[in-house]
Design a protein around this ligand. Sequence first.
Ligand SMILES: [Zn+2]
Ligand SMILES: [Zn+2]
Ligand SMILES: [Zn+2]
Length: 199
Amino acid sequence: MKKLLSIVFMMIFVCLYVTLLTGCECDHEWSEATCELLATCTKCGKTMGEYADHEWSEATCLSPKKCTICGKTEGGLGAHSVEKGICPTCGRATVSFSSVYSECNCKSPWAKAGYDYLTIDTNPYDYEDNPYVDLATTYAEAALNAIKKINEKLSLPSYLIDEMLETRAVDGRRTYSGKKVNVSWRYHPDNGLEVRYSF
Ligand SMILES: [Zn+2]
Ligand SMILES: [Zn+2]
Ligand SMILES: [Zn+2]
């Protein structure tokens, strides 16, 4: 009986010794530190070092910059992306044709604006001759000035107005594809210059 006990003690001692030994000499395998967790040994759980920096994702128009690990946010919202006037992230129109309409002194009947378009027609009633020539001239001047202003407002290249004015009836409908908007226009002596801005 005594012998059995001593064998048991012996075994316990050996087990403890082995456990202690391997504990001390763990061949640590460190996981990478994150902003939330220190580098940790995957075998014994020991930690070391410091927390890592946050891993920031870029701010968008819907969310400030955000750590992809811990979810912490910092700073304000980002800018809308601009793709043909509609932000692909949040779906909002980044060009408001109704504000462009009023800011560029647009008026009925030669200008029309909707959510996704703005049209200018230098000869809205397609006047060909007198007695309307005065009114036609008034419309044409106002409309032309508005087109110049709109092009500026929408940061369209300055040569665009020249191309518009040089357009002949035989050229048909011409187009320009900008970053924020698409522009198309046509000219006919009887119908005037008709310009359409859209997304
Ligand atoms: Zn370890
Ligand atoms: Zn973080
Ligand atoms: Zn947006």
